[in-house]
Design a protein. Structure first.
Length: 302
């Protein structure tokens, strides 16, 4: 939908801006044999990998897919294994498509920029681009080629050769960047075409379904927030003796030291029977303890 397109566009723009800042402040080619390739590929690949992981982590569908999969109740709710596997594959493809937006944008922009590729590949340029004495050893040739990304390290007589090598590498890098963009655009377009062809819904029915799912999720989130707030309010009222936010509080409850101890500390989600959990220590205390203890009138002097 429009929200997905806008979100992907924002992610791409932020990635482009981040890449430019990252390159300006941090990238500095070592211009040394054996180190250029590692350094250049690290700047190309590692941020892309991090962005991919972040893309997976920030997608709610990822956590919906993995949360509770080891629960014994999960087997009871998925009787059709084949249909379940197909659904998992579909959701994984959807998640991956969203997660790939930032890393592909990073790779495309860095390739079009060319600096990382020039640094990584300079020492591997074919020998006929290097106008020097053919009697120079291969190791010496690689050492000189590795220094080409750093203009201050290149002898004056090799300036023209350096310019030719840099232009060649930038050309290769930018062509690779535009090819990557073209492949991604065509793949995304064909994917949407195939998904539409195999959709069981007509065009307008699909738009209605998308709108319904979006509205259902919004309403569910609102109801979840309100329901959990009201449910938690019952337990807080039992502990303190009044509803938070009340203007006319007649009395308050003074919890005992043992009760403070009971709701403090760390606790995992606790299963109390086959159908229910205790969500917190306060929840556990409120369900087990009867209402008693010391109460204090708020209109009396202490």
């Amino acid at each position: 939908g429009k929200e997905v397109i806008i979100a992907n566009a924002v992610i791409a723009i932020l990635t482009i801006g981040g890449q430019q800042l990252f390159s300006f402040f941090t990238f500095s080619c070592p211009c040394h044999v054996g180190q250029n390739l590692i350094y250049g590929l690290a700047f190309l690949g590692v941020p892309a990998l991090i962005l991919l992981v972040v893309g997976y982590a920030l997608n709610n569908q990822t956590w919906r897919l993995v949360t509770g999969k080891r629960s014994p109740l999960q087997k009871e709710t998925t009787p059709n294994r084949l249909l379940h596997c197909k659904l998992i594959c579909f959701v994984l493809c959807s998640i991956t498509g969203r997660a790939l937006v930032a890393p592909i944008t990073w790779l495309a922009v860095t390739l079009i920029n060319g600096s990382y590729y020039v640094c990584a590949m300079s020492e591997y340029v074919s020998v006929h681009y290097y106008g020097a004495d053919p009697n120079v050893t291969a190791s010496e040739r690689r050492r000189i080629l590795a220094a080409f990304p750093c203009s201050q390290l290149v002898p004056p007589e090799l300036t023209r050769a350096r310019d030719e090598v840099i232009l060649l590498l930038r050309y290769q890098s930018q062509v690779a960047g535009w090819l990557l963009i073209a492949v991604v655009v065509i793949t995304v377009f064909l994917s949407y075409c195939l998904a539409s062809c195999f959709s069981p819904l007509s065009f307008l029915h699909f738009r209605y379904w998308s709108s319904y799912v979006h509205n259902e999720q919004e309403l569910f989130d609102e109801a979840t927030d309100q329901h959990s707030r009201l449910y938690a309010m019952q337990h807080v009222r039992k502990f303190f003796g009044f509803v938070p936010g009340s203007e006319n509080v007649k009395e308050i409850r003074i919890p005992s030291l043992r009760e403070w101890q009971a709701i403090s500390g760390l606790a995992f989600l606790k299963r109390v029977d086959e159908e229910h959990y205790d969500y917190s220590l306060l929840h556990d205390w409120a369900l087990k303890e009867s209402v008693n203890g010391k109460f204090l009138k708020t209109d009396e002097d202490p």
